[in-house]
Design a protein around this ligand. Structure first.
Ligand SMILES: [Zn+2]
Length: 247
């Protein structure tokens, strides 16, 4: 069984950053997983919620709806504090994600780049760092050995991708992104599915117009950077994240 794990920061990242790719691989029979570290309760747009707890509940529901629309097999929102991922304990957070990698045992992980994607959100940057270290350490027998003593096995994920784009937003502060090494052509249908999954996040409705305009400008693509691979190789441009992966 092929498995794809996507690690994000906020409900709506799964659709906005990775939705077309999640849908694409689910349709090909890959088992897809999304781990979202926060419930997004620090959002500017609050969908009428009267408290952080109410917004958390709303956004967890919206996340579940979006993941269902994207045919994600296993979708989970964790309970890290939104907007504060840079103040979390590094060791404990990487241990948590490493345990989940050892349990899920994906061949491919995708997450943000260290720049924090085109919005440069610090939570996105921290998710990149935590997930990247979980990718590297899940396979090592000398990292988080308590998990191994408790019965988990080390797991070497074969490929790690960071999302990237081929454009910048001129009205925002500049971000420096990783070069594109994998370009997924998702077709009109794939991009329409991504836009409609994003629209499940109704608390974020004020962003819909801007989001759709930005997505359509990208063409029918999602773009990634191969950040690490278990089989050493030269860089090449891929059209499939599972290229060369052994089941
Ligand atoms: Zn986000």
């Amino acid at each position: 069984m092929l498995r794809l794990l996507c690690v994000t920061a906020h409900p709506d990242d799964e659709a906005g950053g990775f939705g077309g790719t999640l849908m694409h691989y689910a349709k090909l029979g890959v088992e897809t997983f999304v781990l979202c570290l926060t419930a997004g309760h620090a959002a500017t747009h609050r969908g009428g919620a009267k408290s952080d707890d109410e917004l958390k509940q709303i956004r967890r529901r919206e996340f579940a709806d979006a993941c269902r629309a994207l045919k994600v097999h296993n979708a989970e929102v964790l309970d890290y504090p939104d907007g504060k991922l840079d103040r979390q304990d590094f060791h404990a957070t990487v241990a948590d994600l490493t345990r989940r990698v050892r349990e899920i045992r994906p061949q491919v992980i995708m997450t943000f780049g260290g720049e924090g994607a085109i919005t440069a959100h610090p939570d996105h940057s921290m998710v990149s760092i935590f997930a990247t270290m979980a990718f590297h350490w899940a396979g090592r027998t000398n990292r988080f050995t308590d998990q191994l003593e408790a019965g988990l096995q080390p797991h070497i994920t074969q490929k790690l991708y960071h999302s990237t784009t081929l454009f910048t937003m001129p009205d925002r502060q500049p971000v420096s992104q990783a070069p594109a090494t994998a370009i997924l052509e998702l077709g009109q249908e794939g991009i329409d599915a991504k836009v409609s999954a994003f629209r499940c996040h109704t608390s974020q409705a004020p962003l819909f117009g801007f989001f759709e305009e930005t997505v359509r400008r990208r063409g029918n693509k999602e773009i990634f950077h191969l950040a690490a691979t278990s089989a050493p190789r030269k860089i090449q441009v891929e059209s499939d994240l599972f290229e060369g992966v052994q089941e």
